[in-house]
Design a protein around this ligand. Structure first.
Ligand code: PA5
Ligand code: NI
Length: 186
């Protein structure tokens, strides 16, 4: 006989999942050496300070399957640079991803393999189509938690090493305004 299977729910206002997530990963300042430009500011900050939490639904993995997760990025700065995720290319470079802004205010920084840069404002309701071959990083420019839902291929993987040298743009607060700075190389 036909039966209903209850899907998981997400609270669109907070990004909270109704079910115990498969995974909950907390990233603290101590986990992000070399990520922020201000090294001494990073050293002086509380290493246990949480920068972001990621929760993932417990779903199938393998070829063709999709992962669904939510990132909660806390407000804060290291020096004048806003809290952000580490950022990554996918190990399978051609794999894209979709982000949905849920709450807070921030930016999605996109950098392709040619070094072409884009910044998209993230707010409740924003939909971000991240193409393949494009590294992505969330930045919280606000004073509240920035939460975004993401859906991506379970086989895409993360390649953090490819951008260990950092993204070409940094987002900082100067004169109480959000400013985008090009990184000077050399
Ligand atoms: O799949 C994604 O792109 C996100 O779930 C990120 O993994 C998440 O925002 C954490 O960022 P990062 O993996 O760069 O530390
Ligand atoms: Ni990704």
């Amino acid at each position: 006989k036909p039966v209903l299977s209850q899907p998981p729910h997400v609270d669109w206002l907070t990004g909270a999942f109704s079910r115990t997530p498969l995974l909950r990963k907390t990233t603290r300042l101590a986990d992000l050496p070399g990520v922020f430009a201000d090294h001494s500011g990073w050293q002086q900050a509380d290493p246990q300070q949480i920068v972001y939490d990621v929760e993932m639904l417990d779903t199938l993995s393998g070829s063709g399957e999709l992962f669904t997760g939510v990132t909660h990025l806390y407000p804060g700065k290291v020096g004048n640079e806003y809290f952000m995720t580490r950022g990554h290319f996918h190990a399978l470079r051609e794999q894209g991803e979709v982000y949905f802004g849920l709450r807070g205010t921030g930016l999605l920084l996109l950098q392709d393999e040619q070094g072409e840069m884009h910044l998209e404002p993230v707010v409740a309701g924003s939909v971000h189509i991240i193409p393949g071959y494009t590294a992505h990083r969330l930045i919280n420019t606000g004073t509240e938690i920035l939460s975004a839902l993401a859906v991506w291929s379970s086989t895409a993987g993360h390649d953090y090493a490819a951008l260990a040298g950092g993204f070409a743009w940094r987002v900082v607060e100067e004169n109480r305004q959000v400013q985008v700075r090009e990184v000077q190389n050399g």
